[in-house]
Design a protein around this ligand. Sequence first.
Ligand SMILES: [Mg+2]
Length: 392
Amino acid sequence: MKIVRIETFVCHARMRNWVFVKVITDQPGLFGWGEATLEWHTRSIVGAIEDLSHLIVGEDPTRVEHLWQMMYRQHFWHGNGVIRSTAIAGIDLALWDILGKIHAVPCHKLWGGPVRDYIRLYCHLGGGRLENFYETPVDNAKQFADLAGQAVADGFTAFKSMAVPPTMPIEGLRALSVAEACVLSMREAVGDGIDIMVDCHARPSPAMGMQFAKVLDKFGLYFFEEPCWPENIASLAAINAAVATPIATGERLTHLAAFRDLFAVRGCEICQLDITHCGGFTESRRIAALADAHRIALAPHNPQGPVSTAASLEFGFSQPSYIICESVHNDVPWRQDIVEEGFTIDPKTRTVLPNSRPGLGITINEAEISKHPFEQEIPQRVFYRDGAVGDW
Ligand SMILES: [Mg+2]
């Protein structure tokens, strides 16, 4: 059996262009789907996949680890920059999809079978509609409370908010007060039985991240995400040690050694690896094993398209330390036209029952994708009050 071709399909979905990867074999009808979506880098990803295809076309698709090693190591530059690691992930996911199809089992059964009965989902405020999640002003606590109530009405028992404003490296009390009022308002709206998460999007400096973490600690957040840049692992460790709230990070790390360094300093309690950015299932399984050794939980980053979601769920059914999966359901109204999924979501509880179809269990509708051709993603840029550049 041989890989004969790798194709990419770009599907414009407002904030992102979903990049779907199709690995086609010489066996009639046997192919696999992956996803390599990387917002604002769509052309680079499509080109990187084309570069990689020269290494593995003609090879046996069932030698997944061997092909991963080729893709990671055989172009001199190790595949750990985000473009290359995302491109590798797209192909790697498709190879596992093929392997599942060959053996007629879902991917999670290739790795020892399901370790849980269901997976819990959490949403963004607004369900993935970018205006609600990213553009609700932090001084509008009531709107946060209203959106929180809507998430609960939609069946979710956990949701994530961006309740921390962009701040200059040092700011005074006001930014802290508005964040505090915002989280208090959401907590009062939903009560203690719902889990609230706050994502800082790595906007704060270590000093501001520490202050936000301390002021919000009393609300019992489920986790507090990216309180400073991912590069500042000593500061992540200091914040994680200073508060009771578990710190979450990892969506911008792309390879095993980066997670090794993060875990070694106890930079988080929750590892938010993104399966589509850190080399696919092959590398994610190594990262998960390393997290297990540190008793660090897994909650994958998954705001992309439907193949990423199917992959994040297959992974979750195979990983004991997996606690919850990020989900978006309201980013574009035609999301479900693109994919037929093997798993089922209970809309009352937003929990997922496992897929029983082979591989990732998905069917992708190529004709529907063609209705949404590439468009440049909308920029999301932050400038501080004085005009200096900030982080989104
Ligand atoms: Mg995040």
